[in-house]
Design a protein around this ligand. Structure first.
Ligand code: ADP
Ligand code: MG
Length: 682
């Protein structure tokens, strides 16, 4: 017997070369192999009659060989072997290309099982290169449900199948983690049967059951992990905040807080005064004023003699928060510092020292803020802004760091319900469902290239009225795909050919952060009229004087991303517009873009986006902090997710502290899953 943790090289036929090929699929151990699940199946269980075969539909049939195979050497590199077969319903000509040795194994007068696809034209029906087996052979290619695996160069489906079966033959399936009563209640297969059946199902129905069990299992592990995290936090006692006076804060603001903002601040304060670590998600569409909640929370922390950290996803945003919050909080006596990668080592050292000695109250920076090298004197509140990359694994890492600080996670991406459950199932939620007064809705238009002159005229019109425009391109430089507008090239074209009298600036992700900051603050100060950008401006950047957002090759972006980009305008009192430019003629793509023109409701857009693009792409990149699921599909498996959540809550309540073997295995699996998810962050 072997162990799940043994390397694949202990298998027969797996040497260094095969091992390397498998590594390309992230398969290193027998367990990885056993958890390499089929992406689909071919049902080869039913045996048809020749007369029932249908064109283009692959099928199995049983037939006698009615002549001896004959091979013609057509030319160098092309042999054609022909043979005829028949059953009691009809005859069929088989053709094999360059398969002389295989095909000539067919013996005149013998009966075989074939699997292939019928083709036909005016000359009659025929079949090309079917696979076949003798009746007395074990069913490998026919008479079974054949799993179809994700593959990589050098490894065929047959090799993968054989390798996995070998692994399963010499070691046990992964341990059972779902207790029997839960399996019975939710009708899920036991682990061993599920692993057996996912790779070697006797029927399509069994394959479906196995898949359901494995999806259930993943969600079960995940939900149990969330519940344990929550339980850990709830058991933890922290010193409650005693001071919570907002008067000076609200008086320092140039506006009145919206009702939704006031409510959210009250919820946050309630958490901070509860004596348990806060674990809250603040959701609000772009422009709903989330920063004020962060400011109020930080203000509470400082009033109570603690430190707070605000993490932004980009340095531009960190800088902007630093400026905005300093204006409000510095006069109130809050000592604020900025910590970003763009600062000199000396500056960084000074800020780090102030953090460690407690000479700074609020530190604003990127995620690097909470890296190992950061030491805080009394960090008590962590706020993560626009954090759709700050998933469960990151939160767990944070909670594990030091003394379980209060956590406020802010999200502008309205997250579809399934994903919210997955990413934030362990969080309490506050929602800003009200925009500050006087906001205009942004009108959105979808246009093609033939409107170019009018787009340019519109940009010029903004300028004439003293306003600014954004132009977003999908790429930085011109690459292989010649059709895509590249920001650097397009900026030059606009400046030289179209708007020689306007000031066109350029910003993109490949610039140094100090450069980016300079361009951005210049634009915000009104020193440029048109800012050509890549999606670096996607999140948070606030330039109220900008009234036009032009998005080139809009079909290249996800809906939620477009919605975020659109949220960059309409932040001042002037009417703002968004123009989506696309040459794409695909009806589905156009429908997607039109959906955006028709609604400003971020949640509707998010649901649509998830449905159309799936969760991996939903956040625009793999670096989403989402857990890595092997079988489950977040876009379709909502029902199973809910069941698994119920089941895991039940399980934890019932057997929470008991030490069962399932509990032991479950804890190990939770750790693995969260580690794997954290791995995708880098
Ligand atoms: P979000 O982060 O939710 O997208 P911000 O916090 O950046 O939104 O706020 C967007 C803009 O609205 C900022 O310019 C901010 O100063 C302003 N703002 C925030 N709250 C209010 C309010 N209650 N009344 C008027 N303007 C507000
Ligand atoms: Mg914001």
């Amino acid at each position: 017997m072997a162990y799940l943790s043994d390397p694949v090289t202990i298998l027969k036929g797996v040497g260094p070369t095969k091992a390397k090929q498998l590594a390309a699929l992230n398969i290193y151990t027998l367990e990885d192999l056993i958890c390499h699940f089929p992406r689909g199946y071919e049902d080869r269980t039913k045996i048809a009659n020749i007369s029932d075969l249908e064109i283009d539909k692959p099928a199995c049939f049983k037939a006698f060989v009615t002549n001896s195979p004959r091979t013609h050497h057509v030319r160098k590199g092309l042999d054609i072997t022909k043979v005829q077969v028949a059953d009691h319903t009809g005859r069929l000509n088989l053709t094999f290309f360059n398969q002389k040795f295989t095909a000539e194994q067919l013996q005149y007068g013998e009966e075989y099982i074939f699997y292939g696809t019928l083709s036909g034209d005016y000359a009659g029906y025929q079949m090309t290169s079917p696979v076949f087996e003798r009746l007395d052979s074990a069913p490998v290619l026919t008479r079974r449900v054949l799993p179809i695996y994700p593959l990589t160069a050098g490894i065929s489906n047959a090799t993968m199948l054989k390798t996995i079966q070998q692994a399963m033959a010499i070691c046990d399936a992964p341990a059972e983690i779902i207790p029997e009563e839960i399996r019975r209640q939710y009708s899920v297969l036991p682990a061993e049967r599920a692993y057996q059946a996912i790779h070697m199902p006797v029927s399509m129905e069994e394959a479906a059951l196995a898949k359901r069990r494995l999806i259930f299992e993943e969600f079960f592990v995940f939900s149990a992990g969330l519940s344990l995290m929550r339980a850990r936090r709830e058991q933890k006692a922290v010193t409650p905040y005693t001071k919570g006076d907002l008067t000076a804060f609200t008086e320092a603001l140039p506006f009145t807080l919206t009702g939704a903002q006031t409510r959210a601040i009250r919820e946050v304060l309630c958490d901070l005064q509860s004596g348990k670590p806060m674990n809250r998600l603040l959701q609000g569409d772009v422009g709903s004023g989330k920063t004020m909640i962060a400011a109020a929370a930080a203000y509470f922390a400082v009033q109570n003699g603690r430190q707070a950290a605000l993490m932004a996803p980009t340095e531009i945003l960190a800088e902007q928060h630093y400026k905005g919050l300093s204006r409000i909080l510095t006069p109130l006596g809050v000592r604020i510092e900025l910590l970003t990668g763009g600062m000199t080592p000396k500056q960084k050292k000074e800020v780090r020292e102030a953090m460690a000695s407690g000479d700074v109250d609020l530190v604003i920076g990127t995620h690097a803020l909470i890296s190992e090298s950061s030491v805080f004197a009394k960090l008590d509140l962590v706020i993560a802004d626009e954090q759709h990359r700050f998933g469960v694994a990151q939160r767990q890492a944070l909670a594990a760091k030091g003394d379980m600080p209060h956590l406020l996670v802010m999200s502008a991406t309205p997250i579809p319900r399934t994903l919210a459950l997955i990413m934030y199932g362990d969080l309490d939620v506050s929602i800003l469902d009200e925009l500050p007064p006087g906001r205009q809705t942004v009108d959105t238009f979808l246009v093609g290239e033939k409107m170019r002159a009018r787009i340019n005229a519109f940009i010029r019109k903004q300028w004439e009225e003293g306003h600014q425009s954004f132009v977003v391109c999908p790429a930085v430089e011109e690459g292989d795909e010649l059709d895509i507008k590249a920001a650097s090239v397009w900026a030059e074209t606009l400046q030289k050919k179209v708007f020689p009298d306007l000031r066109v600036a350029l910003i993109h992700g490949q610039m140094k952060s100090s450069q980016k900051d300079a361009v951005m603050s210049d634009f915000a100060a009104g020193n440029a009229d048109v800012l050509v950008a890549t999606t670096v401006i996607e999140v948070g950047v606030d330039v109220p004087n900008a009234t036009l957002m032009v998005i080139e090759d809009a079909d290249r972006f996800g809906l939620s991303q477009l919605h975020q980009l659109r949220g960059r305008v309409g932040r001042g009192s002037a009417k703002s517009n968004c123009i989506l430019v696309s040459q794409n003629k695909n009806p589905e793509t156009l429908a997607r873009l039109r959906a955006l023109c028709n609604t400003n409701d971020g949640f509707k857009i998010a649901e649509e986006d998830l449905r159309l693009r799936g969760p991996g792409d939903f956040f625009g990149s793999r670096q989403s902090g989402l857990p890595v699921f092997r079988v489950a599909n977040l876009a379709c498996d909502l029902k199973t997710l809910k069941e698994a959540q119920m089941a895991s809550a039940q399980w934890i309540e019932k057997m929470g502290t008991e030490n069962t073997s399932e509990g032991e295995a479950l804890r190990r699996r939770i750790g693995e899953m969260f580690r794997r998810s954290a791995g995708t962050m880098n």
